[in-house]
Design a protein around this ligand. Structure first.
Ligand code: CTP
Length: 411
């Protein structure tokens, strides 16, 4: 059956590899942990040995007898290095074999996944980026790093990817022998909308919603990971969530979003409407701040419908283009599903991602659960996990639709 080799290198994120090891073992995989010497500063050898049931040596000449790194490499069905430091990536790129992990990697012919974790300045350094490029060309798979607050309080790209995401990628690779999420959208253009629009009724007040834009940003990131050129049109979204490398257009209101999306739509192969666009906006917008003196005890806002961008996109859809909508509903799973099926049939996007919101669910959560429907209401399945994992699933289905809806001249 072969085992999974889990390489752990010297980053403060090493403690997260404990959870990864447990996820592999719980799912029935035999795991052999190979820590580097410096990683033992963060997690000790006995932790790895007791959780994996194997010795966890760091050097080729450790232990009672010489460790056969070639046999370990030959037995491995997959090598996962998590966290992978800048130093480890540099050594691997150079083909060094100065400890048990690099020796095993050098002798292996199974797939290798690296999940980097380091300070953003080290990650963005051209030396690291070049090492990653070279390793990628040699067939290595990379998961993350992701963006967020790091151990030293800094914000940026450098966090170890979530355990579930590394595990999901590893499972894909072991099952299919290929990294299904890689390059499926190479040469394609994807436009994603994210966040909640704000509809002002005076210069300081607006009607808005609870959307954080996390799901839309994760969709942009997933599309990018699959090789697409991505435009992200964001309404209200925290800056830190915007993935680097996307073309970013910031808007405020539903009308601004409509103008931006509809003018750029024609150029894109896939359009994903993940934004929470206001359905209504105040008819009147006052130029000066309303005071209670003027409004009195009650205030009535007259609201009017905004442009339904998704419907306009569907009406203007060109051949070979895939339009994806979202449907957020409250209620029991059956009520949410029925409302989703009805919406798919009525609005006719190529795909509709249906999810439950309300009672603490949906907006702002790190996890999400969606069912993907086609325009007839047929299901492509339910997907649950981190917003990035759910995004990868949705973009894979969208990429498949793109293949079957290729315009004739492309075939
Ligand atoms: N949407 C849009 N333009 C709007 C409102 C919503 O493009 N003015 C998009 C959203 O981005 C999402 C989908 O439409 O992809 C949601 O569909 P919609 O029928 O508007 O859903 P709800 O606003 O939840 O509507 P309803 O109250 O009709 O269920």
């Amino acid at each position: 059956m072969g085992s999974v080799v889990l390489g752990v290198t010297g980053s403060v994120a090493a403690f997260k590899a404990v959870e990864l090891l447990r996820t592999f073992t719980k799912n029935g995989h035999k795991v052999r942990v190979i820590p580097t010497e410096s990683s033992l500063e963060f997690v000790g050898k006995s932790t790895w040995e007791s959780l994996s049931g194997h010795s966890a040596d760091t050097g080729v000449f450790d232990g009672a007898q010489r460790i056969d790194h070639v046999a370990t490499a030959r037995d491995a069905k997959l090598i996962v290095i998590a966290p992978a430091t800048a130093d480890f990536l540099a050594r691997a790129r150079a083909g060094m074999a100065n400890d048990l992990l690099t020796s095993t990697v050098l002798a292996a012919d199974c797939p290798i996944i690296a999940a980097p974790a380091m300070h953003p300045t080290m990650w963005l350094n051209p030396a690291t980026q070049e090492n990653v490029d070279v390793l990628r060309k040699r067939g290595w798979h990379f998961v993350g790093p992701t963006q967020g607050v790091l151990a030293d309080g800094h914000q940026g790209w450098g966090r170890l990817a979530e355990t579930q995401e590394i595990f999901a990628r590893a499972t894909h690779i072991m099952q299919e022998g290929v990294d299904v999420s890689h390059d499926k959208l190479a040469g394609r253009k994807v436009l994603v909308t994210a966040g909640g629009t704000r509809e002002p009724w005076d210069p300081v007040r607006f009607v808005g919603n609870y959307s954080t834009g996390r799901q839309g940003c994760a969709l942009a990131q997933a599309s990018q990971m699959m090789g697409a050129q991505v435009t992200l049109v964001s309404a209200h979204v925290e800056d830190a969530l915007i993935p680097s490398g996307v073309t970013h257009r910031r808007v405020e209101t539903a009308q601004e979003m409509a103008n931006c999306v509809l003018s750029e739509a024609g150029d894109n192969d896939i359009i994903v409407m993940a934004a929470a666009v206001a359905d209504y906006r105040p008819v009147q917008r006052d130029d000066s701040k309303m005071s209670k003196e003027q409004t009195g005890e009650y205030v009535t806002l007259e609201m009017e419908r905004t442009t339904d961008i998704l419907s306009e996109l569907v009406a203007a859809r060109r051949s070979g283009q895939v339009i994806v909508g979202f449907a957020a509903h409250t209620g029991s799973p059956a009520e949410v599903r029925n409302a989703g099926v009805e919406k798919a049939r009525r609005k006719q996007p190529d795909l509709l991602a249906v999810n439950t919101v309300g009672s603490g669910l949906g907006f702002g959560d790190v996890e999400n659960s969606i069912e993907i429907l086609d325009a007839t209401g047929e299901s492509f399945g339910n997907f649950q996990g981190s917003k990035l994992m759910v995004s990868q699933a949705l973009m894979q289905v969208a990429a498949r639709c793109l293949e079957v809806s290729k315009p004739e001249e492309d075939l």
